[in-house]
Design a protein around this ligand. Structure first.
Ligand code: PHE
Length: 330
């Protein structure tokens, strides 16, 4: 029997041990053979032989179980070692997402005005004629409607051509004073180097008691805002026309490309137009039934800002979703 104890103790693998188990405990194994031999032993010795064999059987079984556990543990340890992952190894760089340059610019604009205590208001992209035109002093057949080529639905519904209807809706359901901006998408039938059918605007409106809001207030905040956005630039106000403001102005900044020297981008004028603004026209206040108030309003195109900040030549490229272009803004 001793050789079998040794065989079990020395078995080097789970597979080898299994072979030994069959040779010892199997139907044709050594123990079975010994029990068979017992039959031909003298009767008075049988009981003792059986007792000895059973003792061996259970100690062999104990040895076997102990060895099996040892071998299995070793096997597991080896497998873990072989399959372990070195988490300290470098891998290829993973790609992180980033904000689209238009949204990043929008966030910056909103950040400025919220810091200046302007509330952020939003409205529907599908508007009616009253809020988009009529209440903004743009009656039907007014030639200024042609400034904004419109997408119409039936029943005088349309895709808003600017964020100015949010001014109207806010004034209709809030009492003055008002200090708000309205960021959002707007739609016009346009498509070329500097126009896409959908683009983003930020509208601004401030309303307070009559005589309290002046053009000087408007000029101050817009100059401060434009320096916040573009850094060290010159700002100028040019008389202009909007139906909903009087007086109205367009605001230019000195060209960010040539620093005012004159280049292709600024059509050799040294100036870039970036904003429309003015003192709210009394007809607008009449339409929303506001009395004894004064206010200023302004509106800007976010894509134009993004193009000037990032020096992008073709507006359409911002909407093509080209990963090679967008990666540059990470
Ligand atoms: N709504 C005008 C536009 O889209 C911009 C603007 C807003 C001008 C407010 C003046 C005041 O062109």
């Amino acid at each position: 029997m001793k050789e079998w104890y040794d065989a079990i103790k020395e078995a080097q693998s789970v597979e080898k041990l299994e072979e030994i188990r069959i040779s010892v405990f199997g139907k044709k194994g050594v123990l079975a053979a010994e029990f068979a031999k017992m039959k031909s032993a003298p009767n008075d010795q049988k009981a003792q032989i059986a007792k000895d064999l059973n003792t061996h059987k259970s100690s062999l079984m104990n040895e076997f179980t102990a060895r099996k556990i040892t071998l299995q543990t070793l096997q597991l340890q080896e497998a873990m070692k072989a399959e372990s992952i070195d988490v300290s190894l470098f891998t290829s760089k993973s790609q992180a997402g980033a904000l689209h340059p238009v949204m990043e610019t929008m966030d910056r604009i909103v950040e400025y005005f919220t810091a200046m205590n302007f509330a952020v208001k939003t409205g529907s992209m599908v508007e009616d004629d009253f809020n988009n035109f009529e209440a903004l002093n743009l009656p039907k057949y007014h030639p200024a409607r042609d400034m904004q080529d419109t997408f119409y639905f039936k029943d005088e519904m349309l895709l808003r051509t600017h964020t100015s209807p949010v001014q109207i809706r806010t004034m209709m359901n809030t009492k003055p004073p008002i200090r708000m901006i309205a960021p959002g998408a707007v739609f016009r039938r346009d498509y070329d180097l500097t126009h896409t059918p959908m683009f983003h605007q930020v509208e601004g409106l401030l309303v307070d008691d009559e005589g309290k809001v002046s053009f000087a207030n408007l000029k101050y905040i817009l100059e401060d805002f434009l320096k916040y956005m573009f850094g060290d630039i010159e700002v100028r106000f040019r008389p202009s026309f909007f139906p909903f403001t009087e007086p109205s102005a367009e605001v230019d900044i000195s060209c960010v490309f040539c620093k005012g020297e004159g280049c292709r981008v600024c059509s050799h004028t040294g100036w870039l137009e970036v904003l429309g603004c003015g003192i709210v026209d009394p007809n607008v206040f009449k339409a929303v039934k506001y009395k004894n108030v004064s206010g200023y309003a302004f509106g800007l195109g976010v894509e134009r800002f993004a193009m000037l900040i990032h020096q992008i030549g073709d507006l359409r490229s911002l909407f093509e979703g080209d990963i090679k272009l967008l990666e540059q803004f990470q």
